[in-house]
Design a protein around this ligand. Structure first.
Ligand code: GLN
Length: 252
């Protein structure tokens, strides 16, 4: 019997407001890596007021933005999206949240103005920005993720701390990561992944992109293994990003 045609169904949260430093490139990367393998790809942009359909969603993506945009979406996140996000996480939907989006997946984000925005609460983390005069964490990042590395670019004032229910996504090799103190980067709770890495993240880290795609599609096909792609160019770009970021870390 022929196998069912696979389709990755992605919900892209607030693409108009939460999208900086090439975050949208993550969607292009997911689409391309699916299509090269004959897997259909469908992205639903969900703005204010739009509902997530947990059952029909394999992957959720939310990018980063500054405090102003976070304030604009926070209310909608809590009132319209949070419950469905929690249900999606229960149904093994993979959720990837970057920077400002990452902060909003936690318990709360206290912005530079001291005002606390409640988060969706699906990651056991909290974030506080020490104020407009605090050092911003800006620059290229290299982190150790399992046996390999992830590379990206960070720019945030918020410091994120993990509760007992979350594990760090990776360990900082160069850059600041969650809070510039404890050497952790990002957070994971089950299939919810948060990270400070922009860049775009996934084109520079094809192994991480495939890890997420595979996990997401296993909702439809339990034993799925993605076919290899020719990643020579991506691997070279990744290696160059590691070289530049670690060189800077050594120099200064
Ligand atoms: N507003 C947040 C901060 O500065 C997030 C910034 C971002 O998403 N790049 O901490």
């Amino acid at each position: 019997m022929a196998k069912k045609q696979l389709k990755l169904r992605l919900a892209h949260l607030y693409p108009k407001r939460m999208n900086i430093y090439g975050d949208r490139g993550n969607i292009m990367c997911l689409k391309r890596r699916c299509e090269l393998r004959g897997i259909e790809f469908e992205a639903a942009p969900l703005e204010l007021g739009d509902k997530i359909r947990p059952k029909e969603t394999d992957l959720v993506f939310i990018g980063g933005a500054q405090d102003r945009e976070q304030r604009l979406v926070a209310d909608d996140m809590v009132k319209i999206k949070a419950k469905a996000l929690a249900e999606a996480a229960e149904r093994n939907t993979v959720i990837l949240a970057v920077c400002g989006g990452y902060q909003l997946m936690g318990k709360f984000y206290r912005g530079a103005d001291g005002v606390e925005l409640p988060g969706a609460g699906i990651l056991d983390i909290w974030t506080a920005h020490p104020g407009p005069d605090a050092e911003r964490f800006i620059g290229n990042v290299v982190v150790k993720w399992g046996e390999t590395t992830l590379v990206g670019f960070e720019n945030h004032g918020g410091r994120t701390y993990l509760g007992k229910g979350a594990t760090p996504l990776a360990a900082v090799v160069a850059g600041y990561g969650n809070n510039g103190e404890d050497g952790t980067e990002g957070a994971v709770c089950r299939n919810v992944y948060g990270t400070y890495l922009h860049g775009s993240l996934l084109p520079k880290n094809p192994a991480f992109a495939d890890f997420l795609i595979e996990k997401a599609l296993r909702r439809q096909q339990k034993d799925l293994r993605l076919a290899e792609l020719d990643d020579r160019i991506e691997t070279m770009a990744h290696a160059e990003a590691v070289r530049l970021a670690t060189r800077r870390a050594i120099i200064g």
